[in-house]
Design a protein around this ligand. Sequence first.
Ligand SMILES: Nc1ncnc2c1ncn2[C@@H]1O[C@H](COP(=O)(O)OP(=O)(O)OP(=O)(O)O)[C@@H](O)[C@H]1O
Ligand code: SF4
Ligand SMILES: [Mg+2]
Length: 341
Amino acid sequence: MNPKPDVNTKILEVKGLKKYFPIRKGFFKKTVGQVKSVDGLNFFIEKGETLGLVGESGCGKTTTARSILRAIKPTEGEIWFQKSNKEMVDLNSLSNKKMRLLRGDMQMIFQDPFSSLNPRMNLLDLVGEPMLVNGLKNRKERSERVAELLRLVGLRPEYMQRFPHAFSGGQRQRIVIARALALNPRLVITDEPVSALDVSVQAQVLNLMMELQERLNLTYLFVAHDLSVIKHICNRVAVMYCGKIIETATTEDLFSTPKHPYTAALMSAVPVPDPRARFKMTPLEGEVPSPANPPSGCYFHPRCPHATEICLIEYPELKQVSDNHFVSCHRHDELQLAGVD
Ligand SMILES: Nc1ncnc2c1ncn2[C@@H]1O[C@H](COP(=O)(O)OP(=O)(O)OP(=O)(O)O)[C@@H](O)[C@H]1O
Ligand code: SF4
Ligand SMILES: [Mg+2]
């Protein structure tokens, strides 16, 4: 884990973020309900840190990431981003034109390096494309910058004329990273960046991301469904369940003293470090609730071994329990939950 950043400034602050998708039925496609994929998130990211966003499949991680980048329009909420001149702007209220001017400052790295690279483009065009779109028309200058970026991610500049199929999964993810860095972003959002890779390669790509963070002063929002990867790379973690954040803490606190039964359950599924074992979580027992029809009270109550009467009736608000530690559980101060070292 990289040391805690010394610059104590927020680069991103999300307030009350919601993304609802309409459920339509019938011939006239009448709206009959809503999928509350992201339902009132509040969190921030400090400059230079890595915030992990973790939770089971369908809890709203990708929807959160895409809403921040305005790849989809949020239903409600504020997304405050600090520009390079230190001015804070609410991305959700910016016009498309103003948002385009900030595109270079924020980049996203996706899970699958196989489908995110156009197979008909060589590395020069793939990595150079963002620069071309941004007005760098001179091919020689572009190829010099591409060579520099390839070196930065541990690939040889001589590979520039080759096509993606000539590379392994790990190398392709390096190409994706080089492309994401082309316009000198300050905030990089990564959505499961290593989960499609072999375990031995995962560690190499994660180490590269940590090195690049130090060298280029990057801030990461790191989306994963797997706590073992999060533990390795993040300074702080936000745990999501059914469209809501249910616990946030520094990585150390979260792992040593989890306060939410769901976090503790995710942890008991963290595999022991074994180079031969896949980074795979044992699924938790019970059904993942649908964000179209969440349970009453605490959304986790049908799966929670500690649920009492109030848990079935009232949703527990996110409460501060110590300096950087927030939790949404009625019984957080009574329960003694086991963490991991
Ligand atoms: N365009 C859409 N229309 C309707 N529902 C959607 C849409 N996109 C996402 N959803 C729903 O929103 C919920 C959250 O989806 P999301 O992809 O954000 O989850 P996730 O946490 O990224 O899951 P995974 O770990 O599988 O990637 C899911 O129930 C999903 O079915
Ligand atoms: S509020 Fe109740 S059901 Fe929800 S996590 Fe806490 S103890 Fe379990
Ligand atoms: Mg996802």
